[in-house]
Design a protein around this ligand. Structure first.
Ligand SMILES: NC(=O)c1ccc[n+]([C@@H]2O[C@H](COP(=O)([O-])OP(=O)(O)OC[C@H]3O[C@@H](n4cnc5c(N)ncnc54)[C@H](OP(=O)(O)O)[C@@H]3O)[C@@H](O)[C@H]2O)c1
Length: 396
């Protein structure tokens, strides 16, 4: 049966690769709705190629422009946060791919879950800030949160080999149904980013152009900077904690510069099951969309003879403070991960605009966390208020 999907953030790195997967599987996948921020040129092309019935632009002027450009087509153009919420809760589709960047994804993701849609989740910031709301809601509504992030997809795939009995019975919420007592550790791999092995003195000199040169992955700008600071790995530790219901101290980060082992699980008997492959996001996207099936993919296969060796190092959280600060925020919980994330989102935007230096990203996160009075179990409004609190600290 053809699966109907909607993509929140269709014009970005994950969004366009999701559309590559649709292009390669036209009989199996149909695009019903698309959403983006401001990229009208690309959105118009996507509408003309994939014929969604709805498209939403967050930016009102972009939506007005798009509406006039595609007035010859039977597509409804929505705008603003209301448009994203309406798009996410549309009738008649199965899975929302959350390929939007940042915690702006929280409300549309919740709207999609409330209307019974499965989530193929790339937008980790949403889970970091609101995992305590999203995971119970998904369980209550009987929808699945299927990971798209390559590490989390690898963990998910590794868990398939660990507990067939538990897998058979579980359809909702935490995707695997794995019996937690059989997991001893999650091994979360990190490439180390472009500045691996450098000192703080070297990091202080780094410009956005240096940080945007990721050695293994071609991704959006924000996640590429997060990879250079190791903030991304910290966000991923918190994401894994929510997705797989694993305490953060049972998640070990391994720096693995080749990005071939995408992550692994160590079971109580000492068996380590991992997933390897070339660094290509289409595999985890496809796995999330077709789970539990696997489809043939027309991409170069992993050649272990060419790779020759896989290496693993301990991360350096004293230099790359982003990881240490994330773990502190994750362990404190409540509204602290939101403050960590919001401070990082603002600092990365300022770094990309050459307004602050690389190390000031850490300083801004640290100072925002020090000033914040934590709220336990924040509601969505309290999460958004915590974001505003951070904005008021740093926006002149
Ligand atoms: N890229 C990867 O390989 C990768 C891997 C794992 C996880 N992820 C995660 O996936 C998410 C997306 O990353 P990405 O690299 O694909 O980002 P990206 O290339 O920057 O794309 C972001 C997408 O979000 C849209 N967007 C931004 N602000 C919006 C708003 N206010 N309303 C509606 N749409 C908005 C953008 O639209 P416009 O083009 O109009 O601005 C674009 O379509 C992030 O959470 C990231 O951590 C990415």
């Amino acid at each position: 049966m053809q699966k109907k999907i909607a993509i929140l953030g269709s014009t970005g790195s994950i969004g366009t690769q999701t559309l590559d997967v649709v292009r390669a599987n036209p009989a199996e996948l149909e695009v019903v709705a698309l959403a983006a921020g401001t990229s009208t040129d690309l959105m118009e092309k996507q509408i003309r190629e994939f014929h969604p019935s709805v498209a939403a632009m967050y930016d009102d002027a972009a939506a007005a422009d798009l509406r006039s450009r595609v007035s010859d087509l039977p597509v409804r153009i929505l705008s603003g946060m209301d448009g994203l919420l309406e798009m996410a809760s549309l009738e008649g589709y199965d899975t929302l791919v959350t390929a939007i960047v940042g915690m702006i994804g929280i409300r549309p993701t919740i709207a999609a879950i409330e209307s019974g849609k499965d989530i193929a989740l790339a937008n980790k910031e949403t889970l970091v800030c609101a995992g305590h709301i999203i995971m119970p809601l998904a369980r209550e509504r009987g929808v699945r949160i299927l990971p798209v992030d390559s590490e989390h997809s690898a963990i998910f795939q590794s868990l398939q080999g660990g507990d067939h009995a538990a897998l058979a019975g579980t359809e909702s919420g935490v995707p695997t149904g794995i019996s937690k007592s059989r997991i001893s550790r999650v091994l979360l791999t990190a490439s180390g980013g472009p500045f691996r092995g450098m000192t703080k003195i070297q990091l202080a000199e780094k410009q956005p152009e240096d940080a945007l040169k990721h050695p293994n992955w071609n991704m959006g700008r924000k996640i590429t900077i997060d990879s250079a600071t190791l903030v991304n790995k910290g966000l991923e530790v918190m994401e894994a904690g929510w997705l797989f219901d694993v305490p953060l101290d049972r998640i070990t980060v391994l720096v693995h510069p080749q990005s071939i082992l995408h992550s692994a699980v160590e079971f109580v008997d000492g068996a380590v099951i991992g997933q390897m492959g070339t660094p290509d996001m289409k595999l985890p996207i496809e796995y999330a969309l077709f789970y539990p099936d696997r489809r043939p993919m027309d991409t170069p296969k992993l050649d272990l003879f060419a790779v020759q060796s896989l290496t693993f190092e301990r991360p350096d959280p004293e230099t790359f403070e982003g990881l240490a600060l994330a773990l502190r925020a994750g362990k404190e919980g409540g509204s602290m991960p939101t403050v960590f994330n919001a401070a990082n989102e603002l600092a990365v935007a300022d770094f990309l605009d050459h307004r602050i230096g690389f190390l000031q990203i850490y300083e801004r996160i640290r100072r925002s966390m020090e000033r914040h009075k934590k709220i336990e179990n924040p509601t969505v409004s309290q999460i958004l208020a915590a974001e505003e609190e951070v904005k008021s600290l740093w926006q002149a």
